[in-house]
Design a binder for this molecule. Structure first.
Ligand SMILES: Cc1cc2nc3c(=O)[nH]c(=O)nc-3n(C[C@H](O)[C@H](O)[C@H](O)COP(=O)(O)OP(=O)(O)OC[C@H]3O[C@@H](n4cnc5c(N)ncnc54)[C@H](O)[C@@H]3O)c2cc1C
Length: 408
């Protein structure tokens, strides 16, 4: 470590203050901690909140390799399930793609995000990593200097300040890092005009594949989480409320859109967590402002249509950790200088594929000329995917890949 770092002490000072204890913040914390960097993670929620927040589940092969490389994959090696098949069901019948036999031959590991977060948290704290729960970051100041300050409000309502050399904004889309960006920052934003009702059912998966139901009433998705829990999605009206969807209505609609009459019934069970997700995407450019860096959802929100968000978060956290370690431990700032451009390359590739998936899975509501046109495009995309090996290889490479990465 350089003299500069050794001057910082514990308490309200750290070389790197990390905002947010999601996959991005906790992976970054682990890698910095191991590299001997004095860091702290500030998390608005409680420990219980972050360990039970169900979101992602499909980890790309590259994500798994990163976690394995750093010895952080014991849980997913033990409990994760290999997944390599998806099934499309529509008016024109159904077909399956085994993407481990296509493209780069990669597969997913299904492992719930809350389990990954719990694993990363345990590794971090076991190694002595500092984390402050129920600490809300309010803003980041002086990012144009090498002594940025994070203003926080602690659990008991008292204000506080954390001073750092660098701040890593891993606090998601509504976090303090984004709020603290200069006015000239570019935010690319797209509202896809589609909403999903997301559900977690205490029921075993009903098929041994990701199920995509493409129906005139809207999209329905089936994704395994564990042997006893399944995630389902139903495309819904923008203004829908979860109260509008009693369990009977949900199971009837899922059965209809996934064509259970033709392809077999769905295993039903208690529906636990449910929420409405509006499919939006955005990208912040650049991802660095002086001593403030963005990673994960704070850097780019990506619609869950292609299950990329957690995978990008892990990729970016590793790149940022390497760059920070090079700078703090070896005085080499080159990685920090290129961090934004390297991430944006991956982010835009992932955004493009996610956007393509939205067009593949959703028709347009209405019967006017534009709706009919979009619906015909969707049918054409599905038939090309069913019939063209080249299209299937392209799909597989992007479906299981992370942005611009190819399998090694
Ligand atoms: C329904 C759904 C399904 C998804 N499925 C998949 C999938 O299958 N595969 C996939 O790759 N991705 C998926 N995603 C996306 C994935 O969950 C996110 O991209 C991922 O959580 C991003 O990780 P992160 O660490 O950047 O942010 P987060 O996981 O959001 O963590 C950010 C943390 O920052 C904290 N925070 C926020 N504001 C503050 C503040 N002011 N001060 C302190 N702390 C703060 C939050 O409490 C949170 O703990 C899905 C998302 C949704 C909504």
């Amino acid at each position: 470590m350089t003299e500069r770092q050794s001057t910082t002490t514990a308490g309200d000072t750290a070389d790197v203050v990390i905002l947010g204890a999601g996959p991005a913040g906790l992976l970054l914390g682990n890698l910095l901690q191991r590299g001997g960097v004095d860091c702290v993670v500030l998390e608005r929620g409680t420990r219980e909140h972050i360990q039970t927040r169900a979101r992602a589940g499909f980890l790309a092969a590259h994500t798994v390799r990163i976690l394995q490389r750093h010895g952080l994959a014991d849980g997913l090696n033990r409990d994760g399930q290999d997944h390599s098949t998806c099934e499309f069901r529509s008016d024109d019948g159904r077909f399956r793609l085994d993407y481990s036999r296509l493209g780069q031959g990669e597969r997913h590991t299904v492992y719930p995000q809350q389990a990954l977060v719990s694993d990363l948290l345990a590794h971090y704290t076991d190694a002595g990593g500092r984390i402050r729960f129920t600490t809300d970051a309010l803003d980041v100041r002086d990012t144009g200097t090498d002594r940025p300050t994070v203003t926080v409000r602690t659990a008991d309502g008292r204000p506080g300040h954390w001073r750092a050399r660098y701040v890593a904004g891993c606090d998601g889309r509504h976090g303090a890092a984004r709020r603290s960006l200069p006015a000239h920052t570019v935010r690319h934003h797209l509202d896809h005009g589609v909403s999903w009702l997301g559900l977690l059912a205490d029921a075993p998966p009903s098929l041994d594949a990701v199920g995509y139901g493409v129906h005139s009433r809207g999209f329905a998705g089936h994704m395994a989480r564990t042997s006893t829990v399944t995630r389902y999605y139903l495309q819904c009206a923008r203004d829908t409320r979860t109260d509008d969807w009693p369990d009977d209505r949900i199971w009837a609609e899922l059965a209809l859109r996934l064509r259970a009459d033709a392809y077999g019934p769905l295993h039903q069970g208690r529906i636990g967590q449910r929420g409405v997700v509006h499919l939006e995407s955005d990208v912040i450019e650049p991802l660095r402002h002086g001593s403030l860096f963005l990673a994960g959802d704070a850097a780019s929100l990506i619609s869950p249509s292609a299950a990329k968000g957690a995978n990008l978060a892990v990729l970016e956290a590793e790149l940022l950790a390497e760059a920070l370690l090079d700078d703090l431990a070896h005085g080499d700032p080159a990685g920090l200088d290129t961090y934004s451009a390297r991430c944006l390359d991956h982010i835009w590739r992932a955004q493009e594929f996610s956007h393509w998936m939205i067009g593949l899975l959703h028709g347009s509501p209405g019967t006017d000329g534009e709706a009919r046109f979009r619906d015909s495009l969707r049918r054409s995309r599905i038939s090309a995917l069913r019939d063209s090996r080249a299209q299937q290889d392209w799909f597989a490479e992007h479906y299981v890949g992370v942005g611009a990465l190819r399998a090694a």
